[in-house]
Design a binder for this molecule. Structure first.
Ligand SMILES: [Zn+2]
Length: 83
């Protein structure tokens, strides 16, 4: 089955894994295999709303991780400082 993007050469696409700039490599089977790291980046149609939702979810996840680390650091400090 062919993918709707097959044959397309995106100019500004970058590798999802290492950030390598594909610079016009051709999409085959809906993906480009990175010449730098060898992993594949998949291309699909995404609406702007979906993209924003995904971005917000990622930001929320990062905040939770940072918050968790802050609490953990505080607990470790308290344990170290208590007699
Ligand atoms: Zn790569």
């Amino acid at each position: 089955m062919t993918h709707p993007f097959d044959g397309v050469r995106p100019r500004h696409a970058i590798c999802h894994h290492c950030g390598y700039q594909f610079g016009g490599l051709e999409i085959q089977g809906g993906e480009i295999t990175c010449p730098e790291c060898g992993r594949t980046t998949r291309f699909e149609l995404v609406s702007r709303a979906d993209e924003l939702t995904r971005l917000r979810r990622r930001i929320r996840r990062r905040r939770r991780i940072v918050g968790g680390l802050a609490v953990l650091t505080l607990v470790v400090l308290l344990l170290l400082l208590l007699p």
